[in-house]
Design a protein around this ligand. Structure first.
Ligand SMILES: [Zn+2]
Length: 391
């Protein structure tokens, strides 16, 4: 199948202007002006009119509880598995799945199977091995073996630090795990990133700073998340990123409760103003995690579920409300996570990269069309491909 996306305003995520994109099978064949390609009668050719639309790389959500999360309010608060259509509606064509607090009723085996299923259904998937705790739950007998032998594993986590739900690991335990994941990544040509869940505890990022100061393990081995959960941690995160670290801001849809004191969009603005290099920042949705919904008196009324739609909503808010340029706002869910996790062929619109593309209305910044590996999953704001058990 050959497709041409015509006359879109392309952000790759760098701005290329009005361009045509030729898609051959599941890859981008070329990008140019007024591409004509006449193969009618030989292979099917589809022309997608992108006039009045932005053309973005497919979004990458680097922290999603694919098999569900939560459970912290008892068994009934365990959140459900994710559906393919919720990822598609959010423009997410690549997702990294993880486990959280619960590594007893949730397992890396079921996470792996869910990721394989979503891949069969049409998007690209990866996993983090492990969960909150050290010693780390794993698939093959050791974290390093997981990194080397499990193709989908691009890192480990989310390992909880500075949180009342963490396993309270000591410095040496975290150091050893980071070393194992790093070496496993080196031996398998993968990033081997340790995704660190940070809670409200006063220790904040102290352990990571100590490991970096006292070992040869570089900043690039760690991606601490939920940095925007409170003011103190956010400030610490800004300094950590300025010193060389990478940080992840959790997005939240206001309708489903707040994941942090500082919205991801406002956090991005502050990071850029404070001189954090833009390539060191990512956004993730924490999708399918549990989100307590509070009333105006801060009383928990009920539990909600983290929404994938929050990811691009935060980018939209960064552009429209914070006045951040599209390239910088878009990079946090495209090029940056692809480079940090070394996701081959992902995160950019470029020749020979995977044909993961999202068309967005220029006037409303609403997602209109989603292509994953060259296949149209959503068109005219209508989802065309649903998961196996979705209606
Ligand atoms: Zn978390």
């Amino acid at each position: 199948m050959i497709k041409i996306i015509k006359n879109g305003d392309v952000y790759a995520p760098e701005h290329l202007g009005i361009k045509d994109i030729l898609i051959i099978g599941d890859k981008v064949g070329c990008i140019g002006d007024a591409i004509e390609f006449d193969v009618r009668g030989y292979v099917p050719l589809e022309v997608i009119d992108a006039k009045g639309k932005y053309v973005f790389p497919g979004f990458i959500d680097g922290h999603v509880h694919l098999t569900g999360g939560g459970g912290e309010g008892g068994f009934r608060s365990r959140t459900p598995e994710i559906s393919l259509s919720s990822l598609i509606k959010g423009g997410v064509t690549s997702v990294i799945g993880c486990l959280g607090t619960d590594c007893v009723t949730r397992s890396p085996e079921s996470l792996y199977a869910k990721a394989k299923g979503l891949e069969e259904e049409g998007i690209s998937t990866y996993i983090l091995t492990g969960a909150y705790r050290i010693p780390m739950t794993n698939l093959t007998g050791s974290p390093m073996k997981d990194m080397i032998l499990v193709d989908k594993a691009v890192g480990a986590g989310e390992i909880a630090l500075s949180d009342h739900r963490s396993s309270q690991p000591n410095l040496d335990e975290v150091k050893r795990l980071a070393a194992d994941i790093r070496v496993g990544g080196i031996l398998s040509g993968k990033a081997g990133v340790l995704n660190i869940h940070l809670g409200d505890g006063p220790a904040g990022l102290q352990m990571l700073r100590e490991i970096i100061a006292t070992t040869e393990i570089p900043y690039s081995q760690f991606l601490p998340t939920h940095i925007n959960r409170n003011e103190q941690l956010f400030e610490e995160g800004v300094e950590y990123a300025k010193a060389g670290g990478f940080i992840d801001l959790t997005c939240s849809d206001p309708a489903f409760g707040e994941a942090g004191d500082i919205t991801a969009s406002a956090g991005l603005k502050r990071c850029l103003e404070r001189g954090v290099p833009p390539q060191r920042i990512t956004f993730t949705s924490d999708g399918q995690g549990s989100l307590p919904i509070f009333n105006e008196n801060k009383e928990c009324m009920r539990m909600g579920v983290g929404q994938i739609s929050a990811l691009f909503a935060a980018v939209r808010a960064a552009v429209r409300e914070e006045g951040i340029g599209i390239e910088h706002a878009l990079s946090v869910i495209t090029r940056n996570p692809a480079e940090i996790y070394k996701l081959k062929g992902k995160g950019r619109i470029a020749v020979s990269f995977d044909a993961d593309v999202v068309l967005v209305d220029r006037s409303t910044l609403e997602i209109d069309t989603v292509l994953a590996k060259g296949r149209t999953l959503m068109s005219g704001k209508r989802v065309l491909v649903t998961g196996t058990f979705e209606a």
